[in-house]
Write a protein that binds this ligand. Sequence first.
Ligand code: DLL
Length: 430
Amino acid sequence: MAIWNPDIECAKRSAIEAMQLERLKWSVSQAYDHVPMYHDKMVKAGVKPGDIQTLKDLSKIPLTCKTELREQYPFKLLAVPMHDVVRIHASSGTTGQPITGCYTRRDLDVWSECIARIATAGGVTADDIAQISFGYTLFTGAFGLHGGLEKIGCAIIPISSGNTERQIHIMRDFGSTVLIATPSYALYLCEMAQKMDALKDIKLRVGLFGAEASTEEMRTELENRFHILATENYGLTEVMGPGVSGECECKHGMHINEDCFLAEIIDPDTEEVLPMGAEGELVLTTLAKEAQPAIRYRTRDITRLIEERCPCGRTSLRMAKIKGRSDDMLIIRGVNVFPSQIESVLIGQQGIGPHYEIVVTRKDYTDHLQVKVELVDAALLDKYSELEALHRKIKADLRTVLQLDVEVTLVSPNTLKRFEGKAKRVSDLR
Ligand code: DLL
């Protein structure tokens, strides 16, 4: 298993922590000196950059949340003059004002380096032909992966997302060996390839997936259908985009690029920093970002850190699969439900496909959870007893996992929405 930058990725903990401390001091000073929002927050909390003498001192600085960043739209978070900015990305802003991400030339170099590391960890080499099926837009996914894969030296197909039938033609004709997409779009591509009877001619061997939560069951589904090794990548516009962390071929947690990001886990309610290994909300601080530093940014993503050594030889801390976002968690009749729990029950069940929708309503002051699932074979609709048995089984399995009664609706094949980017499977109509 190749390692892109063994000096960093396999460094001793003491060396990594020394580097982190030095960079943390620099990053906090950048933010304090040049970004009024961070300056004001630190002054209010009575902290100065000079108070950061150990990594633990970071907790003296207040946390930062999405709303605060939104208030700085578009460029009030810049720590450098616009003259030094060479790229501007933005989050989709579907749930409000978008958040901009600005990069200096050096930021782009660091970004490519981070991606080169995680793509190599996922098994990509210079001999690969990589089909990037993320949208080449303001979204960080496509351009982020593009820079890193170019650094590795693979042949990139910048096809962007959408036009799914054409994606399959290109995948087959160009002999793509690496697919880069959201897991939900990868699944749609796979279905299309099956429909076009092209799966047998496809040479994919690696899938680098990310940008949305997906379960272990979904990974297995993609690996089995496409005959690939599927690894997962994580990142967010607020701190850089993809490249914060990524899995190696061992697929046991995403290795964090710790020379560029400092990760903490907090209790989302009390905001207290939790000990190593505890599950909670991921908080990230950038250590190398020039244009737009992020200090103690609350990601809302729920995970835990893993410090046990990985068999791959990398020494970096890893992040477990994202369980969900704290703001995605549904509270149904007082019970906490993550969409990922529902997905893990559905995927792999005989008779149903991997597409689903979750609809939450309130009737007579009571929450009601409906899960719509697609049948694989429409013929089942005419076989009442088999249909009934399948329905009963899914309902019972959901009950075991969620401790809730769920209305299960089995729908005809190919009737639920397919996604070309991040999937939106939950409608909370309360
Ligand atoms: O999704 C960056 C990215 C692009 C990551 C491509 C990986 C691959 P945003 O659009 O700003 O950035 O969305 C960030 O997406 O806070 C998570 O909630 C979610 N997310 C990203 N990667 C994962 C993942 C990009 N592997 C938000 N698993 C984050 C679960 C993920 N959720």
